[in-house]
Design a protein around this ligand. Structure first.
Ligand SMILES: NCc1[nH]cc(CCC(=O)O)c1CC(=O)O
Length: 310
């Protein structure tokens, strides 16, 4: 019998690119394996006129794909790990986290070279509270406007003249062939990405050993260690995904270094923390950095942005 693996995916160009990338790697690792894509539409993709928080959070992007796995229509699903809730649905696990691509955010503009070059009162598009908070902290004068939709849609809105600049993830732009649109990389330690930004994850049922064995071949241990610390920090700070939290862990031999930030999109306040620990204690490091942030008042900043995010 020919071994076959069906991968559920969202239909956005970035999701399809990422799933094709996983499929190609699986075929290379397992000669003879037949890998098919099962593209699906999710509520998170369809409802564009309301904020994600208002319609139920980022988990919406996963739900239909998880149902397909429960119904036996797909064996696994591919996600951007930064869009995966800190707590997975019971019955699911991540058999592989692929090697991280560029973790940084990108400043994209048709007129300006970077945040510092923006004139007073310039209009910057992003719906991410994390990006809004960091922009506000650097430049209280900027006008921040919502910008939703997939990467291609957001670039089109910039080109239509709706914004002076927008902020996107470098990884998504690079994957879709838009690397040339990156005017500046917004990078650590001044600017921090979303927890797990740039990392692709495969999700499957935790009772499906055959799929776990096939997908496990793509797991990248160093990336898993880093994102474990980042996600543990985020988990310790809140329950939902729609909060102004940023984190970046880097592995240097056996030493793991984690930078964390909580911002306030509305007034530009921000608290930061950083700490090093052994790679074997990634989760504890994440919790320790979260505690440092909470000791500086992070809870108040998170609650303030919640009450304003609708
Ligand atoms: N929020 C959507 C999303 N989810 C993952 C990426 C980029 C790819 C990645 O982080 O791996 C993007 C686009 C963006 O933030 O610009």
């Amino acid at each position: 019998m020919t071994a076959r693996l069906r991968i559920a995916t969202r239909k956005s160009p970035l999701a399809l690119w990422q799933t094709e990338h996983v499929a190609a790697q699986l075929r290379a690792r397992h000669p003879g394996l037949v890998v098919d894509l099962v593209p699906m539409s999710t509520r998170g993709d369809e409802v564009l006129d309301r904020s994600l928080a208002a319609i139920g959070g980022k988990g919406l992007f996963l739900k239909e794909l998880e149902l397909a796995m429960l119904r036996g229509q797909a064996d696994c699903a591919v996600h951007s790990l930064k869009d995966v809730p800190m707590e997975l649905e019971p019955g699911f696990m991540l058999p592989a986290i692929l090697e991280r691509a560029d973790h940084a955010d990108a400043f994209v503009s048709n007129r300006f070279d970077g945040i510092d070059a923006l004139p007073p009162g310039a209009v910057v598009g992003t719906s991410s509270l994390r990006r809004q908070g960091q922009l506000r902290a650097l430049r209280p004068d900027l006008v921040l406007r919502d910008l939703r939709g997939n990467v291609n849609t957001r670039l089109a809105k910039l080109d239509a003249g709706d914004y002076d600049a927008i902020v996107l993830a470098c990884a998504g732009l690079q994957r879709l062939g838009f690397e040339a649109r990156i005017r500046a990389r917004l990078d650590a330690p001044q600017w921090l990405p979303a927890p797990a930004q740039g990392a692709i994850a495969i999700e499957c049922r935790d009772d499906d050993g055959a799929t776990q064995a096939l997908c496990g071949a793509l797991d990248h241990a160093a990336t898993r260690t880093c994102v474990e610390a980042e996600r543990a920090m985020n988990r310790a700070l809140h329950g939902s995904c729609h909060v102004p939290v940023a984190a970046l862990a880097r592995l240097d031999g056996d030493a793991l270094e984690l930078h964390g930030l909580v911002g306030a999109p509305h007034d530009g306040r921000a608290v930061r923390a950083e700490r090093r620990g052994p790679a074997s204690q990634a989760e504890a490091l994440g919790i320790a950095v979260a505690e440092q942030l909470l000791a500086q008042g992070a809870r108040e900043l998170i609650d303030a942005s919640h009450s304003n995010s609708a």
